[in-house]
Design a protein around this ligand. Structure first.
Ligand code: HEM
Length: 404
């Protein structure tokens, strides 16, 4: 992108600077810091839309119903090896409410919001603490060194979301692998669709099984307490299963990596709620393309006219480092008082359903990890940690760690 005019259209900056794995791509920061909250963006299919890098403009877009999330109306900013020019996505499958607008979206959220409140999630704390302690024991037996991703970061949120939904954890290798295939943009769209198809069939079988043998879990509750169809239930289950393990897992691994690279901050922090919010802001793992929307009519934002049909991409990593909103935004400050205003969980009606669960998991897991292994450190040079640059959710593919 270096040779492009900053007034655009630009292509979506995605590569991190060597040695700066926590900072947004430098081209994205350059766009964000030139005083314009919106930039013309060229999509892989030739469409020209917009990239938002300003905090206020992002909140405005995300709370304005004149923008749609429906995939058949949006152009994808994500490029896969075999992306078809001009191709729109299909309409959302029944139950896949993340891709629906109100009132359809509100109907599903109403059924779920009450089950993911802070109060309900807080009841899971003892279980999260137990699961965390068990994995720390297993880590102590297996290492040092260990790869923190499979030993700690992935199994904790994976097991928690399985228990909450009623998905057998014995199947975790299958759904974790399929999820990894689906979210890695190095794979073709056929490979991604095949992975999603196999996950959808798996959830479909599970829902049919639970209809005859309901248990004490969220999917069974939805079966017995609502009139949702099997297809809707399978897609809701799939959305929650994927969003519930993949995101938090990579916040746990990347957050640990960031803490290890900021030892003075780590030593001074209680790794409390504020520290968790700051890690979410500083790392902003929903990176490539972030949330995106299309204008249903002409809309003016920050003095720019977004025309009906144009797609707007929210550059969350830059938005969460907007110097107009956060003082000294490129510095990790675990006691930053206003970190909780970050948009790492989105904003508006689609704001993350699982955010309270993710927060609890992170608060418990980081603290337990560093209490148990106070001498924890990387087992490889920093530049040898493989970063998930091409995955929809940023993080590390592996995180080899050791301790005394
Ligand atoms: C939506 C981030 C954990 C379930 C979102 C969005 C973001 C996000 C940015 C908004 C997307 C948009 O506006 O288009 C994260 C991060 C997490 C996390 C950073 C972990 C650190 C979770 C967990 C669950 C979950 C644990 C499930 C229990 C969802 C769902 C939506 C969503 C269902 C769609 C909501 C809707 O469209 O109404 N998440 N998430 N997320 N998240 Fe999360």
């Amino acid at each position: 992108m270096n040779d492009q005019n900053l007034d655009g259209p630009v292509t979506l900056p995605s590569s991190r600077a060597p040695g700066c794995p926590f900072d947004p791509p430098p081209e994205l920061t350059a766009l964000a810091r030139r005083g314009e909250p919106l930039t013309r963006l060229a999509f892989p299919d030739g469409h020209v839309g917009w990239l938002v890098t300003g905090y206020d403009a992002a909140r405005t877009v995300l709370s304005d119903p004149r923008f749609t999330v429906r995939p058949e109306l949006r152009h994808s900013p994500l490029s896969r090896p075999n992306v078809r020019p001009g191709g729109h996505d299909k309409p959302p499958a029944p139950g896949w409410f993340a891709n629906m607008d109100r009132p359809e979206h509100a109907r599903y959220r109403r059924l779920l919001t009450g089950r993911f409140t802070f109060r309900r999630m807080k009841l899971l704390e003892p279980r999260v603490a137990r699961i965390t302690a068990d994995h720390l024991d297993a880590m102590a037996d297996a290492g040092p060194p260990v790869d923190l991703v499979p030993a700690f970061a992935l199994p904790i949120p994976s097991l928690v979301i399985c228990e909450l939904l009623g998905v057998p954890y014995d199947d975790h290798a299958f759904f974790e692998e399929q999820t990894t295939v689906a979210v890695n943009l190095d794979n073709t769209s056929e490979q991604a669709m095949a992975a999603i198809g196999s996950l959808a069939r798996y959830l479909g079988d599970l829902v049919r099984h639970k209809r005859t043998r309901p248990a004490d879990d969220l999917l069974s509750d939805l079966i017995t307490e609502t009139d949702l169809t099997d297809e809707e239930l399978a897609n809701i289950g799939l959305l929650l299963l994927v969003a519930g393990h993949e995101t938090t897992a990579h916040m746990l691994a990347l957050g640990t990596f960031a803490l290890l690279r900021h030892p003075e901050q780590l030593a001074a922090s209680a790794l409390d709620e504020t520290a968790v919010e700051e890690l979410l802001r500083y790392l902003t793992i929903v990176h490539l393309g972030g949330p995106n929307r299309a204008a249903l009519e002409d809309v003016e934002i920050a003095g720019r006219l977004i025309r009906e049909g144009e797609t707007v991409v929210l550059g969350l990593p830059a938005i969460n480092r907007d110097p107009e909103r956060f003082t000294d935004p490129d510095t990790l400050r675990l006691d930053r008082a206003d970190a909780r205003h970050h948009l790492g969980f989105g904003h508006g009606v689609h704001q993350c359903l699982g955010q309270q669960l993710a927060r609890i998991e992170m608060r418990i897991a980081y603290r337990a990890l560093f209490d148990r292994f106070p001498t924890l450190r990387l087992a490889v040079p920093v530049e040898d940690v493989p970063m998930r640059e091409t995955a929809i959710v940023y993080g590390t593919w592996r995180l080899p760690v050791t301790w005394d």
